[in-house]
Design a protein around this ligand. Structure first.
Ligand code: 1CP
Length: 357
């Protein structure tokens, strides 16, 4: 497809790979790169059909299937990046926790961590041993993507978000058990976070060696904490992970609900800071002083185009042609999203002309 008028500079049309990698380094691009969090998932009928034939675990553990799902959104849409089909939680199973994906409920941990002894029983196995299927899927996807000139994003859960699932056993509204453990057992919390760091660092670097071009660290639920608790109980560990990632690989550091301390999130590290819609993206960008990703509310894709258009325009106007922006939603795309809205949004972002707005 054509991208219409170049956005910021009169450059020749770039590949998705160039557009994405340059945006990570705050270099000028011909059009704003766009991908969509959870782009390989339930809003795609072909994904739903495939999942009717097999469980989440089967899909995750069969490299050919994981590769096929990763490529599904690229067959439909003109996206500038792919993200490997996996989940943030399987590494917890590798550590010895009893993970299952329960249909219509979500991931649950059978015997969550409720004691210091449980922390000490957790293993720290190498990713090659326990995440082999995902690493193999990365190989398979990269064989397809090289000729398409699209980067592949690898990912992992950040230590806090992983710890919250390990302790709560599943989704939670208050994170009360996680915070209670953090306050009551600070030494065990430290041991737990160090183990999670070890597993996450090894897993992200194994993904890099398998061929991903970029990694994203998902700290989806850390916004449950105050700034004080983030800096005291979490930031050192997130920093430890990010600083240990192979050099020259862009790191996207994602969180939600952290507008009040996004500067602190950025100080933990990451080349690109991803934020949700609760903070205007220009305000967020000033706080982090780095390239940014985001930040459209996924619910805006449920409405008609006449409502989606002003919301997407607002994000673009707030960026105002400054280099270092990857367009994305502020959190994962919802299963009820109409496909036409995704198509129109991508076309709109690629053709957006900052000079005219
Ligand atoms: O594009 C993609 O879909 C890539 C694959 C991907 C990613 C990046 C999946 C597949 N999961 C994730 C990350 C993930 N998983 C996060 C971080 C991103 C975010 O905050 O959205 C989190 C918190 C999870 C945990 C998880 N796994 C949930 C959320 C539960 C909760 O606590 O509210 C759910 C529902 C899952 C299952 C899952 N993972 C992925 C898919 C497509 C699904 C749905 C499974 C299905 O098909 O029923």
């Amino acid at each position: 497809m054509s991208y219409g008028k170049p956005n910021f500079l009169d450059l020749s049309v770039m590949t998705g790979y160039e557009r994405f990698m340059k945006a990570c380094r705050a270099e000028p691009v011909d059009a704003t790169p766009i991908w969509i969090m959870r782009q390989a998932g339930r809003y795609l009928s072909e994904y739903v059909q495939l999942r009717n034939r097999m469980t989440m675990e089967e899909a995750l553990n069969t490299p050919e299937v994981a590769a096929e799902i990763t490529l599904m959104p690229l067959e439909r849409f003109d996206l500038d990046a792919a993200i490997i089909f996996s989940d943030i939680l399987p590494p917890l199973a590798g550590m010895g926790l009893d993970l299952s994906f329960v249909p219509d409920i979500g991931p649950t941990i059978g015997s969550p961590i409720r004691s210091t002894k449980a922390v000490d029983l957790l293993g720290v196995p190498p990713a090659n041993e326990v995440m082999g299927a995902t690493l193999e899927a990365i190989h398979l996807v990269q064989q397809q993507l090289k000729s398409r000139h699209i980067p592949l994003i690898g990912f992992a859960g950040a230590p806090f978000t992983l710890a919250s699932y390990a302790i709560e056993g599943g989704a939670t509204r208050t994170f009360a058990l996680t915070k209670e453990f953090m306050y009551l057992e600070p030494a065990a919390w430290d041991r737990l976070m160090i183990k999670l760091c070890g597993v996450t660092i090894d897993y992200l670097n194994a993904q890099v060696h398998a061929g991903v071009d970029c990694v994203q660290l998902f700290d989806s639920w850390v916004g449950a904490l105050s700034r004080y608790d983030y800096e005291r109980y979490v930031q050192p560990y997130s920093r430890r992970v990010i600083t240990a990632i192979e050099p020259n690989i862009p790191v996207i550091h994602f969180s939600t609900n952290t507008g009040a301390y996004l500067d602190s999130i950025a100080q933990a590290g990451g080349h690109v800071i991803a934020m949700d819609w609760r903070i205007p993206i220009d305000q967020g960008r000033r706080l982090v002083n780095k390239p940014v990703m985001g930040n459209l509310d996924p619910c805006t894709l449920l409405g008609p185009w006449r409502e989606l258009l002003p919301h997407a325009t607002e994000v673009m106007q707030k960026i105002g042609g400054n280099p270092g922006h990857i367009f994305n939603l502020g959190h994962g795309i919802l299963p009820t999203t109409p496909i036409e809205n995704v198509e129109r949004l991508i076309e709109f972002i690629h053709n957006y002309d900052h000079a005219k707005s």
